[in-house]
Ligand binder design. Structure first.
Ligand SMILES: NC(=O)c1ccc[n+]([C@@H]2O[C@H](COP(=O)([O-])OP(=O)(O)OC[C@H]3O[C@@H](n4cnc5c(N)ncnc54)[C@H](OP(=O)(O)O)[C@@H]3O)[C@@H](O)[C@H]2O)c1
Length: 249
């Protein structure tokens, strides 16, 4: 994990679940982590924990649906550590519902956070990474970005398909020329707070039960992110799917 030590790593959605677990892992491996999310009290506590363990950490309240916020998060990293090596575009939400229920505001929210939030992240670091001719953009995608399931997954899946398309476009445009590495980490069921945004009670119960009994720990995803970052610069891990062994799709 030597290639993590000293790297400046910006993480969105760092206040819980996969983002928090990844911040802990990368900080332990010697990364300088810069944490963004809306719940600053969570970020503050996490930052205190990491500092106590000897880590270098900064945090900034960030709503990824606001591009100025995302730029400010990256700016915090630049002011504190001089540049950014890795952006982990991880913030996301999953209010599942069937299309016929017309929860249009939830569709819009997923598009704003899961797609536009990722694009704002890319926009905030791309000029710098092109100039420094190095960098790594990692997105938390999903197995839902590879296959659509019945029962309320259409829009969420659509956002995750979109992230995969954007990441592949970014790789084709940038990797051969500017040395920027692009990785999509796609989890199956993971035990996090993600089902809390589901407003359909039946689907919420189903997903919560699935995650509780079958879901893997967010640390498993953190390990995959660390694996991708720790490769030497000429090696790009472009896609990683991490499922519970017992999960079918
Ligand atoms: N858990 C799973 O089974 C699973 C499977 C596949 C993919 N994923 C993906 O994993 C990623 C992380 O989710 P998780 O499972 O770790 O769930 P989580 O515990 O609910 O974490 C979601 C994170 O996203 C942040 N977030 C939500 N809206 C935001 C906004 N507008 N601006 C900034 N941050 C925002 C939350 O922070 P604040 O609320 O503090 O802002 C939180 O830190 C998501 O992209 C999700 O789609 C999860």
């Amino acid at each position: 994990m030597d290639n993590i030590k000293g790297k400046v790593i910006v993480i969105t959605g760092a206040s819980s679940g996969i983002g928090e677990a990844t911040a802990r892992k990368l900080s332990l491996e010697g990364g300088k982590v810069v944490l963004g999310a809306r719940r600053t009290e969570r970020l503050e506590k996490l930052a205190a924990d990491l500092r106590k363990a000897g880590g270098e950490v900064a945090f900034q309240q960030t709503d990824v649906t606001n591009k100025t916020d995302v730029q400010a998060l990256v700016q915090t990293a630049v002011e504190k550590y001089g540049h950014v090596d890795v952006l982990f575009n991880n913030a996301g939400l999953m209010p599942l519902s069937p299309l016929r229920d017309l929860k249009v505001e939830e569709w819009e929210r997923m598009i704003d956070v899961n797609i536009k939030g990722v694009l704002y992240g890319i926009a905030a670091v791309l000029p710098m990474m092109r100039e420094q001719k190095s960098g790594h953009i990692i997105n938390t995608d999903s197995v839902a970005g590879y296959a659509v399931s019945r029962g309320g997954w259409a829009v969420y899946s659509g956002t995750k398909f979109a992230v995969r398309a954007i990441a592949e476009g970014l790789r084709l445009e940038e990797s051969p020329y500017s040395g920027i590495r692009v990785t999509n980490v796609s989890p199956g069921a993971v035990q996090t707070e993600l089902p809390s945004t589901i407003t359909d009670p039946k689907i919420k119960k189903q997903v919560e039960e699935k995650e509780k009994f079958r879901g893997i720990k967010p640390e498993a995803i953190a390990t995959a992110v660390a694996y991708a970052i720790s490769q030497s610069d000429e090696v790009a891990i472009n896609e990683v799917i991490v499922r519970p062994t017992a999960q079918q799709n």
